[in-house]
Design a binder for this molecule. Structure first.
Ligand SMILES: [Zn+2]
Length: 200
């Protein structure tokens, strides 16, 4: 499996707010790789995250992108503060920003009949930036105020990865964001080290 392309968006963290954080990869803070680098990519992310049904026209522009990147920065700081045993507590200004983003009503879903009689999920109104930001911010508020979910927050141990995900595995001993990506990379590296060590 090759998911090494830096253009790949990830939607496997377990939460929509963490999927937004996952649009920055690489070892942080020194070598970030930002995959959310244009309004078109933001639209792609909105489809992939399920916030906007695929194919729905999204009037995303540079202002939309700027607002999503600003929320992502706030989320990174607030979520990182909740990682690990010592919770430093997030800055009050960041918590206020997160709460302000959560105030707007999230997009209302709407069921429309398809020609074959089945129902298709659409949005009741044209996608709206504040409403979509609110959906992400509300997910973060729900996650961070839920002790059970919060205790599952992990940061990938992969060498060139900083992805934050929810560890819902039974033993809670998951070390990587994905066993196919970072887990596999680690196994290959371990094998290579062993091969070097056993050389005469
Ligand atoms: Zn990883």
């Amino acid at each position: 499996m090759t998911v090494s392309a830096s253009s790949e968006l990830r939607f496997d963290t377990g939460r929509v707010c963490l999927n937004l954080l996952a649009t920055v990869t690489g070892r942080l803070p020194d070598e970030p790789v930002d995959r959310l680098d244009s309004p078109a990519r933001l639209t792609e992310w909105l489809y992939g995250s399920g916030l906007v049904p695929s194919g729905t026209p999204v009037p995303a522009d540079a202002a939309w992108l700027g607002r999503f990147l600003a929320l992502r920065d706030v989320l990174r700081r607030v979520v990182t503060a909740q990682l690990g045993a010592t919770r430093d507590g997030a800055a009050p200004a960041d918590i206020s920003r997160l709460n302000a983003a959560a105030l707007a009503a999230p997009p209302a879903p709407s069921a429309r009949p398809a020609p074959d009689g089945s129902l298709v999920r659409t949005l009741a109104a044209e996608p709206d930036c504040a409403a979509l930001l609110a959906a992400v911010a509300r997910d973060a508020v729900d996650l961070l105020t839920d002790p059970a979910a919060r205790s599952q927050l992990r940061q990938c141990e992969g060498e060139s990865c900083s992805l934050i995900y929810l560890d819902a595995s039974r033993g809670r001993r998951r070390r990587w964001c994905s066993s196919e990506i970072c887990g596999n990379r680690e196994r290959v590296a371990r094998h290579r080290r062993r091969a070097v060590a056993t050389q005469p």
